[in-house]
Design a protein around this ligand. Structure first.
Ligand code: C5P
Length: 227
């Protein structure tokens, strides 16, 4: 039975401000997307990747991934939710035997293979939904509208969520069927339909490249000899 990863990469990358979709931003000459998709396939437990691209850039994104025949590119939608839905819709055609589906951020291009494997294994062992998480190292405060501190939250019970998030495919389909228009957290959709979400250990290298500073850090880590 195959495992399929969905990579919604149809955003415009406005926050990075580089005038191109964030997924196509190069780090040491290779885009975040190529690195992320190659990383998924190299983990050894993912057979296909479906990438949702900006509808007017499907060919460009397909060319970017041409070296990876297991990568399929589909036009994304106007919101991330639509892009995931459109990618999920083609899984039945690409891999009719798929029982496990991952949803991964292209921006987490340096996610270690061990995290990908741990997520897949936990779903294969019966968890309906699995997310990689890290303890929160910052102190977290709750504030009111005027910016005054209302409370200090006990961070021992908090976790920062990474990707890939893993799902039994029927559970993700059901969660998306019930979802509204805008959802940023796929596991949150499973929670909403009453599904249990299990956690596994994430990894600091799976950080989401969000700012120019993150990009610069990734460039210098790679320049220092990391894979
Ligand atoms: O813009 P934002 O950071 O919220 O996007 C989160 C992820 O969802 C990005 O990887 C982006 O490419 C993707 N996305 C998408 N389709 C959209 C909007 C965002 O696949 N219409």
């Amino acid at each position: 039975m195959s495992v399929v990863a969905l990579v919604p990469a149809a955003g415009r990358g406005v926050r990075l401000g580089l005038g191109m979709p964030k997924a196509l931003v190069p780090v040491n000459g290779e885009s975040l997307l190529l690195r992320a998709v190659r990383g998924l396939l190299a983990a050894g437990c993912v057979q296909h990747v479906v990438v949702a691209a900006p509808p007017d850039q499907v060919e460009l994104v397909a060319a970017e991934l041409a070296e990876l025949p297991a990568a399929h590119v589909v036009p994304g939608g106007s919101e991330r939710t639509d892009s995931v839905r459109l990618a999920l819709d083609v899984v039945g055609r690409i891999a009719p035997d798929a029982r496990v589906v991952l949803v991964h951020d292209a921006a987490r291009a340096f996610t270690p293979a061990s995290v990908i494997r741990d997520v897949v294994r936990a779903v294969e062992q019966g968890a309906p939904a699995v997310i990689p998480v890290l303890p929160v190292s910052d102190t977290i405060k709750r504030v009111d509208e005027s910016g005054d501190v209302v409370a200090t939250v006990d961070r021992a019970e908090l976790r920062a969520v990474q990707t890939p998030q893993g799902f039994a495919i029927d559970v993700l389909r059901e969660a998306y069927a019930a979802a509204g228009d805008i959802a940023t957290d796929d596991a949150g959709l499973v929670e909403r339909i009453g599904g249990k979400v299990h956690t596994v250990a994430g990894h600091p290298d799976a950080l989401k490249i969000t700012t120019a500073f993150d990009l610069a850090v990734a460039e210098s880590v790679l320049a220092a000899g990391a894979p």
